[in-house]
Design a protein around this ligand. Structure first.
Ligand code: GDP
Ligand code: MG
Length: 602
């Protein structure tokens, strides 16, 4: 297909606004998937994804469009993007592979935070944006209001927005026609040296890494030896193909086309998202712009409840890493938890996805510690240390500065919740940047704040203060020095590393008190009295104690009925086993909740 008859586009939308449903309809309307083979949300391949309603895996689908008004045949490449900010870099790379996008907005809801964040990325990539108002079948749909929101807030002309019901298949033909008419074709640079942009790669146990790419310039043939310009790896292409949406092998792909290649590559670290593929024999001089190696920003400890599963956990993490270059892990030994791994993630959602896959696909029972962000510590000898675990913060006496990552946070909310939301953001060390009334009823609020405050379950706090109506999105903007200290917790006289946190000095006292109180609630009574303390260095901020339990249980059996006593104690032991995830801190058994306690304080 010549570039003039190709259109490359993606769909951007806030979660649940109908991206997957619309994609399904486009596949059906172009007969790329037969009705009988259609399972809802065809592109969302992974089970986990379907259950959680999020798109984890990027995917591309080529459709043949024969029904164009001009009588011509077109190849339409739909490139799926992950909707979530954790994967902002991957979103930006898949946008860079397109000339245009459909901006899907739920006509009964309106513009949300994710819509905006994604639109900014699309504008940065100079994409042609086609507004689509979806769910017009709903009685609550208010096309005019949402049209106005798009114009006012997003700054796009929405007068020619398409009116669609993806669910009922209304307006689908118009969407296809708009893709052909409004989105420009790729530039015809078939004669230039090969440059192809990788926008997704995953690991296949039989083929090795499968990289999906868009050819920006030149041509690629099966058997060519390709070079990955940033990782500098070279491999002969064993398989070349397009996803239509099932894999179809082809002999060659040229400028403007989208496809995949397999070349017996062992790990996605060699064929990373954002890298440029060129030919070994006739290499391009410059890689495509925008390549960055994504660095984990959020860390947590992962330990197996059963020590025998440690090897299994290592194996599972190694496998996951083959297809997830953003996941990092290294062995961690903790006096409290035994052997485990310190794992790094792009953000909270990424963490949750990995945790769930480890438990579900690999059958592991895990205890995870509360997520913390990565810090940078400067010491008086001039060195800078990356601190991915609070207890690794160098001693206070040697510190000259501690820096933490900052984000720009954007919240969209119905106006009646603005007050409580501003209060919340203020207590989270937020710095007010601006506030804008989108429409009569809704407001956007912009704050700069430490990522650490976002990681502390900000999303839940926001939802509960807005009855679920507020949406938020953030992007990392840089590093800032703050007066940060190490808050340590000891239980039963032993320091518990997994409970340590790096916090602002001004909030340390309140956090310490609340944490100790929370721990007292969630740690069940033991056979002995258990003191709990929070401290900074030698200074104790708060202390509590859990009274002993054993006396109480045994107090109920009068006299010396040994068998009855035994039964009671056995029952107690069974009860303990039943509580799913639990670790032990020193001699104290604690449930998984305890390790998350720091997230549950407010
Ligand atoms: P995504 O998160 O953007 O991929 O959204 P989905 O495509 O998964 O859709 C979210 C929910 O909205 C699903 O329950 C869909 O059935 C529903 N939905 C999608 N499009 C429409 C529509 O046009 N009308 C109605 N009433 N529901 C829709
Ligand atoms: Mg979806």
């Amino acid at each position: 297909v010549p570039p003039s008859h190709i259109r490359n586009f993606c769909i951007i939308a806030h979660i649940d606004h109908g991206k997957s449903t619309l994609a399904d309809q486009l596949l059906l309307a172009t007969h790329s998937v037969a009705q009988r083979d259609m399972q809802a949300q065809y592109l969302d391949g992974m089970d986990l994804e379907r259950e959680r309603g999020i798109t984890i895996k990027l995917c591309a689908a080529r459709m043949r469009y024969r029904g164009a008004a001009d009588g011509q045949q077109y190849a339409l490449n739909l490139i799926d993007t992950p909707g979530h900010v954790d994967f902002a870099y991957e979103v930006s790379r898949s946008l860079a592979a397109c000339e245009g996008c459909l901006l899907v907005v739920d006509a009964s809801q309106g513009v949300e935070a994710q819509t905006l964040a994604n639109v900014y990325l699309a504008l940065e990539s100079d994409l042609t944006i086609i507004p689509v108002l979806n769910k017009i079948d709903l009685p609550g749909a208010d096309v005019e209001r949402v049209r106005q929101e798009i114009t006012d807030v997003v700054g796009l002309d929405a007068s020619d927005a398409l009116l669609v019901s993806a669910k009922q298949g209304i307006g689908i033909a118009e969407v296809l026609e708009a893709v052909v008419q409004r989105i420009p074709p790729p530039r015809d640079t078939r004669g230039d040296p090969l440059r192809a942009l990788i926008f997704d790669s995953y690991y296949d146990p039989y083929k090795g890494v499968v990289a999906q790419f868009r050819v920006m310039d030149g041509e690629l043939r099966r058997g060519d030896v390709v070079r990955f310009m940033n990782t500098r790896c070279e491999h002969p292409v064993a398989e070349l193909g397009v996803l239509a949406p099932k894999a179809v092998e082809v002999e060659s792909l040229h400028a403007g086309e989208v496809g995949y290649l397999a070349a017996a590559i062992k790990s996605v670290a060699d064929a990373r998202v954002g890298d440029t593929v060129t030919l070994k024999r006739e290499p391009a001089t410059e890689a495509l712009p925008g390549y960055t190696e994504v660095k984990p920003m959020v860390f947590c400890g992962m330990f197996t409840i059963d020590a025998d599963q440690y090897g299994g956990l290592r194996e599972a993490l190694t496998k996951l890493q083959l297809s997830d270059a953003a996941l990092s892990f290294e062995p961690e030994v903790s006096s409290a938890m035994g052997f485990g791994f310190r794992c790094g993630f792009l953000g909270l959602l990424h963490l949750e996805i990995v945790q769930e896959r480890l438990e579900r696909e690999y059958g592991l029972d895990l205890i995870t510690t509360a997520p913390t962000v990565v810090f940078r510590a400067r010491t008086s000898d001039g060195a800078e240390h990356v601190v991915d675990c609070p207890s690794k913060l160098p001693p206070a006496a040697t510190l000259s500065a501690v820096l933490e990552p900052y984000v720009r946070l954007e919240v969209i909310t119905p106006k009646e919740y603005v007050g409580p939301i501003l209060d919340l953001l203020q207590t989270r060390r937020g710095e007010h940047i601006e506030m804008q009334f989108m429409t009569e009823a809704r407001t956007t609020v912009v704050y700069d704040m430490p990522l650490a405050e976002v990681v502390m379950d900000l999303f839940d706090a926001l939802k509960s203060r807005s009855r679920g109506y507020a949406s938020m999105e953030y992007s990392i903007t840089g590093w800032r020095e703050n007066d940060l200290v190490l808050l340590e917790v000891s239980i039963n006289g032993e320091r518990v590393e997994p409970l340590a946190a790096i916090v602002h000095r001004a909030t340390a006292y309140n956090i310490g008190r609340a944490l100790v109180k929370k721990l007292k609630e969630v740690i069940p009574r033991q056979q002995f009295r258990v003191p709990i303390q929070a401290s900074i260095g030698a200074r104790v901020l708060a202390s509590e104690a859990i009274p002993a339990l054993r006396k109480d249980v045994l107090a109920k059996c009068y006299g010396g009925d040994i068998s009855r006593k035994k039964k009671l104690l056995q029952k107690q032991a069974k009860g303990k086993k039943r509580m799913k995830a639990r670790g032990s801190l020193g001699k104290v058994d604690v449930p998984q909740d305890a390790f998350m306690a720091v997230l549950r304080i407010n």
